[in-house]
Design a protein around this ligand. Structure first.
Ligand code: FAD
Length: 302
């Protein structure tokens, strides 16, 4: 059996695998797609100490760093079941069952898409998901935020300090965000809020030039000219396959303690699949290191 088996090969999983392997213990990593979300990321400017890099380049360095160590890398493999017996068993989609003394879950998350024409086409060409990451790219420009929940309104407040103008499009009749956030939003001079707005299309040529929405009351379609669209309708953790084996919160995120431990002894978790409040590369790498050290502590005590 493995001492530590990491499920997920994004920044958190790679970090966990390296920290585990450096303890000289038997380490494996299973990844559906090594690199994770950063494979879909173009410019990265907030990975501290690296002024600028690109997702696929960072993913290649992650893989290279992992391969410096004695880690079994099982890429293009998807875990579908976890079961705690004497050891922890992970069943893969291909039917193989891997056994380990500890497991680190680092299966990440995905942004919920609006699924309208133009969204996929203009991803990284004006359509963005992460205001912390991509906000500065729209300095002085006009943007829309789709979604009026906490993340959408936080994004709009954040962006209003950088961009020329922000339009918030909320599907429902009112914003869903906490009232302190709504008050803050309404105090900003360069923000317009449109409720009952169903986004119908993101328009553009080689990059975004506008957004169309249907007013759900009057059934009329409107078009706004702008340069960027931030989709903020939720981040979905890749944790469905866990069922009720480990405790998850109402958003489906795995609940971890300060050591990265989950509700199941020997099972740890890190990165965007957990209830960590902020989802960023540097944060997920830190939590991967924490989970590996937590798992090592667990191994020497059991
Ligand atoms: P992920 O990167 O999601 O990796 C999850 C891994 O688990 C993948 O290898 C996946 O294939 C695998 N996996 C999932 N399910 C299974 C399964 N059942 N079995 C096996 N493997 C599985 N952050 C920044 O700090 N700066 C940025 O500029 C930035 N830009 C971003 C731009 C975009 C478009 C996106 C989508 C995200 C961006 N982020 C950015 C966020 C950042 O990418 C994430 O916070 C980070 O990748 C989280 O790492 P993770 O390892 O927790 O999860």
């Amino acid at each position: 059996p493995y001492d530590v088996l990491v499920i997920g090969g994004g920044p958190s999983g790679a970090s966990a695998a390296i920290y585990a392997a450096r303890k000289g213990i038997r380490t494996g990593i299973v990844a559906e797609r090594f690199g994770g979300q950063i494979m879909d990321t173009l410019g990265i400017e907030n990975f501290i100490s690296v002024k600028y890099t690109e997702g696929p380049k960072l993913a290649a360095s992650l893989e290279e760093h992992v391969k410096e160590y004695n880690v079994d890398v099982m890429n293009l493999q998807r875990a579908k079941r976890l079961e705690k017996k004497d050891l922890i068993e992970i069943e893969l989609e291909n039917g193989a069952v891997l056994k380990s003394k500890t497991v680190i879950l680092s299966t990440g998350a995905r942004w919920r898409n609006v699924g309208v024409p133009g969204e996929a086409e203009f991803k990284n060409k004006g359509v963005a998901y992460c205001p912390h990451c991509d906000g500065p790219l729209f300095a002085g420009k006009r943007v829309a935020v789709i979604g009026g929940g906490n993340s959408g309104v936080e994004a709009a407040i954040d962006l209003a300090g950088i961009v020329k103008h922000v339009t918030v499009l909320e599907f429902a009749a009112e914003l869903k965000a906490d009232s302190v956030l709504q008050d803050r939003l309404h105090s900003l001079p360069n923000v317009t809020v449109i409720t009952n707005a169903q986004t119908t299309e993101i328009t553009g040529t080689d990059k975004v030039n506008g957004i169309s929405y249907k007013d759900r009351e009057t059934e009329t379609v409107h078009h706004i000219e702008l340069e960027g669209v931030f989709v903020q309708i939720g981040l979905v953790p890749n944790t469905d396959w866990l069922g009720d084996t480990v405790e998850r919160n109402r958003m489906g995120e795995i609940v971890v303690d300060k050591h990265g431990a989950t509700s199941v002894p020997g099972v740890f978790a890190a990165g965007d699949c957990t209830n960590s409040p902020y989802k960023q590369i540097i944060i997920s790498m830190g939590s991967g290191a924490t989970a590996a050290l937590g798992a090592f502590d667990y191994l020497i005590r059991n």
